[in-house]
Ligand binder design. Structure first.
Ligand code: GLU
Length: 285
């Protein structure tokens, strides 16, 4: 179907080299963009300025070009747009739905363990991490290290319980079409990190809106996080793209590939003599 105003994007984090899973995602994305007659953008999700480097960014560009993927427009680097995320944080703060959260990771873990030893399992988010055990009641002064969290209960009261998106791919249970998400399952998500004035969840929705993205094509591992993205879009008055979550390329052990595994990195495969056609076959395209 031709939708000439469509805008797709591939949004890797330049904290390592691309692997076969990225190749699959980028190729599916790029080909859907070309089939719809839409644009294809490349965005570097480099808010973690310690782990993300220009060398990894360069490597990503080389790998994509080698695969035959071309992007329209200049690359957007999130690290160059902290002011945009700050503006959105200001809006959320003005609404009174974010709070300063002072518990360190180890303090939070200890609270969860203490609860579990007495009262049984503490709720987990869809990725299996324990929900944040603190909340709005926490006190501390602004100059103590803290992150900003979304008060999910207050956010859901603000937007009503309707958290839906149009899914043209499928979730882990085959969810497709109009999907009703469950943002409460994530608890009070971080919207600004300790040393970074944003988080993945915040910057991804801000950028998708600022770049006019209409179609998000990405791995199924981000399916459940979409519920959080929809909440932030509602709170910030941003448009909602279509979502297409695709299957994941799994390693021989049946697990998701990781950037630390050299065997499946595109650069290592290329050095070993693989061609772009071999990569396509390896990911069943
Ligand atoms: N930067 C994310 C990643 O590399 C992708 C974000 C997205 O596509 O929404 O996993």
């Amino acid at each position: 179907m031709n939708r000439s105003g469509a805008v797709f994007r591939f949004a890797p984090s330049p904290n390592g080299r691309l692997h076969l899973g990225h190749a699959y995602s980028a190729l599916v994305n790029f080909e859907m963009a070309r089939q719809t007659g839409g644009a294809f953008l490349l965005r570097m999700e480099d808010i973690d300025v310690e782990r993300c480097t220009p060398a990894f960014e360069q490597g990503i560009c080389e790998d994509l070009q080698w695969l035959g993927i071309e992007w329209d427009d200049v690359i957007r680097r999130q690290s160059e747009h902290f002011a945009d995320y700050r503006q959105s944080l200001d809006l959320l703060e003005a609404e009174g739905i974010v709070y300063r959260s002072f518990l360190s990771r180890s303090e939070a873990r200890r609270l969860v363990e203490a609860h579990e030893s007495k009262a049984g399992p503490w709720p987990r988010d869809p990725d299996g991490a324990p929900l944040y055990p603190g909340g709005r009641f926490e006190t501390g002064s602004g100059d103590q290290p803290h992150v900003l969290r979304l008060d999910m209960k207050a956010a859901l009261e603000r937007i009503g319980s309707d958290c839906r998106w149009e899914e043209t791919g499928a979730g882990p249970e085959g969810e497709t079409g109009t999907v009703q998400g469950n943002p409460a399952a994530w608890g009070d998500v971080v919207v600004a990190r300790r040393d970074t004035p944003t988080s993945y969840n915040l910057s991804v929705v801000v950028d998708d809106a600022l770049q006019g993205v209409t179609d998000i094509v990405r791995g199924r591992d981000l399916f459940h996080a979409t519920a959080v993205h929809v909440v932030l879009q509602e709170l910030l008055g941003l448009t909602r793209p279509l979502y297409h979550h695709h299957d994941l390329v799994l390693g021989a052990d049946g697990r998701k590939l990781s950037k630390t595994n050299r065997d499946t990195s595109l650069s290592a495969l290329r050095e070993a003599g693989a061609t772009p056609g071999d990569i396509r076959r390896m990911v069943s395209l």
